[in-house]
Design a protein around this ligand. Structure first.
Ligand code: GLU
Length: 305
């Protein structure tokens, strides 16, 4: 690809401070952008007030800065983009692709993650939707919806979206759903490469489908393994992943490089943060990243002595 047409991004949700697992995703997307002489944008996905922690967005910005991960341009806050999400929803509605769904949680639980299209008979905003009954808005998938994803790390995968069914674009609590906001903003920001954790692998075909429906070009995707604890669970706030220690910035970065398949030379132990990031940018190769869905600290490559 032509130099400088590369635009990457990191898109954390401000549900807590960054931990080692989120640093891994930030670092991988940063290095891939810098190694391709590209831009690296920062987007704060603050569309879920019930899950947000006051002050977390500012803390994330500070943590990235401490680790030398300096982003290009202004930070995009999704909370400032509500009118754009509403416009896109209307566009999809006009194309006859949406319907209101008032299935309650108890019913959805019985479906085991595969929505059966029970509310398809309704169309969004139609008389069949009672305005006082809380409802979500779903996109109606075509009869057959198989999406091929050529992932830069995990290889080619084919997803049958019919297996999980029509998905939600607008939540019953009147907030835009992650799939809609994320796809639209990847398009809006001109993102060419999405490098993120493999926990979002299932989202990528949905986002690709949505982008096709909105006639927006799809980015290339690269899903890195997520960092798990020894019990095999993804590090997250729910399982009490510790906040990054800001007095150990260098070792945080070196640990993440080891998890991304680097054998780092021992001189880097005494190097400055910009020197470490420069070294990693020069040696960055997606093919070094293990094409796994998970890694644990014990999978880390060792430092060369
Ligand atoms: N905001 C999402 C998260 O923090 C990531 C979104 C993305 O990278 O697409 O899990």
């Amino acid at each position: 690809m032509a130099v400088n047409s590369y635009i990457g991004r990191f898109a954390p949700s401000p549900t807590g401070p960054l931990h080692k697992g989120s640093l891994l995703a930030a670092l991988a997307s940063f290095l891939d952008a810098r190694a391709n002489s590209g831009q690296w944008l920062l987007r704060i996905e603050d569309l879920d007030p019930p899950r947000e922690v006051p002050g977390a967005a500012d803390l994330i910005l500070r943590q990235l800065d401490e680790h030398g991960l300096h982003w290009d341009g202004p930070v995009l806050y999704q909370s400032s983009r509500l009118p754009a999400y509403q416009d896109a929803l209307q566009q999809l509605g006009r194309a006859g692709l949406l319907y209101a769904c008032d299935c309650n949680r108890a019913r959805l639980r019985t479906l085991n993650g595969c929505y059966d299209g029970a509310c398809r008979a309704r169309k969004a905003n139609s008389a069949a939707t009672s305005p006082d009954k809380p409802h979500a808005i779903r996109i109606q998938l075509p009869e057959r919806c198989s999406i091929a994803l050529d992932d830069l790390i995990q290889g080619v995968m084919v997803f049958d979206l019919g297996k999980t069914g029509d998905f939600i674009l607008w939540r019953r609590d009147q907030l835009p759903a992650y799939q809609l906001a994320c796809s639209l903003d990847d398009g809006y920001q001109g993102i060419s490469h999405v490098v993120r954790g493999s926990d979002l692998l299932d989202s990528s075909p949905r986002q690709m489908h949505l982008l096709h429906c909105l006639d927006i070009e799809t980015p290339q995707y690269a899903h890195i393994p997520v960092l798990s604890n020894p019990q095999g669970e993804k590090l997250s706030k729910q399982n009490h992943a510790p906040k990054l220690n800001s007095r150990q910035v260098l070792s945080n970065l070196l640990d993440c490089l080891g998890l991304l398949g680097f054998n780092t030379p021992s001189e880097l132990c005494g190097a400055s943060i910009p020197q470490v990031l420069d070294w990693a940018t020069k040696h960055w190769q997606l093919s070094n990243i293990p094409p796994l869905s998970r890694v644990t600290e014990s999978d880390k490559k060792q430092q060369l002595s």
